[in-house]
Design a protein around this ligand. Structure first.
Ligand code: NAG
Ligand code: NAG
Ligand code: NAG
Ligand code: NAG
Length: 498
């Protein structure tokens, strides 16, 4: 049933609102947010960090970049918008938050901007791509960065993917001489200046990536500008020595692009295809998020998210895979298969593989069209599952666990509600703040909060804390978020009149 609905929509990202669900949401007195109430199950020791997701699907006020802790508390909600790739990365030796926001096309890609925030949530860089692009709806846009990749490199550049609509002769695959298709491109952009330092287009390499080999077959209902043929579906880019590795979902392959633009090898998940021989457990298809580690002259470790399923074809368990790639002998051996055998997932689109640390070897998989994030330990056992919506109704393109310390540039929020002539219920929160652990509550006779009188101390309890104060007739209140006795931020003064 679920499969049929998805197949009918034919979209790779999500049939928005196609499935009703009654997933619970959190509400607050101090903010108009409506994020999903996540459910967290732990079955072992986990690595430190917060859960970073960008859910979208069924309700606007939960469609935002979201951070949760492992006790299922909301920590941060970003602006209400469609996001992707929300995570912590290193830029100029600092931890920063990066995310894509923009228009998501029903065809399964997007046009938008990458936002980079510091640990006060100030936007310190805004990365845009303002080349001459054609989109399915023909609309001009301020920036054409695709949603799939926003990877900060160790040379402080940003690697992004891009999809352009263009016309080609597709008669070799059964199409028309003037059909529309999607090019698969990537850009390396200097973050500080927005200058393009590298550009590559799959259409310049049809000899190495022939149309005929796309697993996404041309069909009668594609080929218009509104619904171009999605030949390649580029979804990750990463630096390697002397070049880049890209993931083309529709070729079940990673391709190595040399700095001079040439494709030097293809690493296919299909036996007998590409330039490497793979072992039985190394087969993969419709993959996402190819990541490279420990590269030498002889080889490297490659990790990826193996969807193994499509909206029209449910085949096998979706897994996280890690490989030992031997460049000399052109062989691939499987190192790790991540599969929660108690909760086998078939993710038909999107997804991510994040190695949390080389010390613990823990991995976090984001399951894309399935609203779950799982952490696995060094023995490939599931130790954490976070669910943030109903499967196939809510999705987060990727899902991460990141360590993050932030003290927002905005003030904590205080809301006071009179509950009687001398009693007041107050609520306080500080969206995005990670460092405070308690609140100090003060009253004052003055609207500027001067000559404060200490009223109460309230422990941090999740996103929003509350306390009822008695014996207050009139005056003003103000709260301070503290770490121990150390004040980190103070709310506005709130009047008890009105
Ligand atoms: C995108 O394709 C259009 C043709 O449809 C072409 O005019 C334009 O130059 C292409 N843009 C890029 C950045 O290649
Ligand atoms: C790019 O470099 C590789 C490796 O040196 C070489 O085999 C290939 O021919 C070069 N391609 C171009 C277009 O120069
Ligand atoms: C890279 O090599 C080091 C040293 O051998 C090893 O500890 C680490 O686990 C390797 N990383 C990956 C991702 O395999
Ligand atoms: C994943 O686990 C399920 C349930 O045990 C099993 O049927 C399936 O073969 C496993 N798949 C892989 C690739 O390990």
């Amino acid at each position: 049933m679920v499969n049929r609905v998805l197949a009918a929509c034919g979209a790779l990202l999500l049939p928005l609102g196609a499935l009703a669900d009654d997933w619970p949401f959190m509400t607050f007195e101090t903010a108009p947010f409506l994020p999903p109430q996540i459910s967290v199950t732990k079955s072992g020791a986990t690595d430190p960090g917060y859960i970073f997701v960008g859910p979208r699907g069924n309700q606007e006020r939960g469609t935002a970049a979201l951070i949760y802790d492992e006790d299922a508390n909301l920590v941060y909600r970003g602006p209400q918008e469609v996001t992707a790739n929300f995570k912590v990365q290193r830029l100029f030796n600092e931890d920063v938050i990066t995310f894509w926001a923009g228009d998501m096309m029903t065809l399964g890609f997007g046009y938008g901007t990458v936002h980079i925030l510091d640990n006060t949530y100030r936007e310190i860089y805004t990365v845009k791509l303002q080349e001459d692009f054609l989109s399915p709806d023909g609309q001009p846009r301020d920036s054409f960065i695709d949603l799939h990749e926003s990877h900060v490199t160790n040379r402080n550049t940003l690697l992004v993917t891009a999809y352009n609509v263009t016309q080609r002769d597709l008669t070799s695959v059964g199409g028309r001489p003037d059909d529309y298709m999607l090019d698969g491109m990537f850009y390396e952009i200097d973050i500080a200046t927005n200058e393009i330092v590298y550009f590559w287009s799959a259409l310049d390499h049809i000899d190495d990536i022939p149309f005929e080999e796309s697993k996404q077959k041309w069909a009668e209902d594609v080929g218009s500008q509104e619904k171009p043929w999605d030949t390649y579906h580029i979804n990750s880019v990463e630096l390697m020595d002397d070049g880049y590795i890209i993931s083309l979902r529709h070729y079940w392959s990673g391709f190595f692009v040399h700095n001079n633009g040439s494709i030097l090898w293809q690493l296919s998940g299909e036996k007998g295809a590409g330039d490497f021989e793979i072992d039985d457990s190394a087969e993969f298809s419709w993959q996402h998020d190819i990541r490279i580690y420990n590269e030498t002259e002889e080889g490297f470790v490659m990790n990826l998210f193996n969807n193994a399923n499509t909206p029209t074809n449910e085949v096998a368990a979706t897994t996280g895979l890690s490989f030992d790639v031997d460049k000399t002998h052109r062989t691939i051996k499987t190192l790790r298969v991540l599969n929660d055998t108690d909760d086998v997932i078939h993710s038909v689109s999107q997804g991510s593989y994040q190695l949390l640390s080389e010390e613990t070897s823990h991995v976090v998989l984001g399951y894309g069209s399935i609203a779950r994030v799982k952490e696995f330990d060094a023995n490939n056992n599931e130790v954490l599952t976070v669910q943030f919506g109903e499967d196939n109704a809510v999705a987060s393109y990727r899902g991460f666990k990141c360590q993050w310390k932030a003290t927002p540039f905005w003030n904590p929020t205080l809301v006071a509600q009179r509950t009687g002539p001398e009693s007041v219920q107050i609520y306080m929160s500080w969206n995005g703040a990670t460092e405070y652990d308690n609140w100090a509550v003060y009253s004052s006779q003055y609207s500027d909060g001067s000559d404060p009188k200490f009223e109460a101390r309230v422990q941090r309890t999740g996103f929003e804390a509350a306390i009822e104060l008695t014996g207050l007739t009139s005056g003003y209140l103000q709260v301070t978020a503290q770490k121990g006795d150390n004040p980190l931020g103070t709310s506005e003064v709130v009047s008890l009149e009105s």
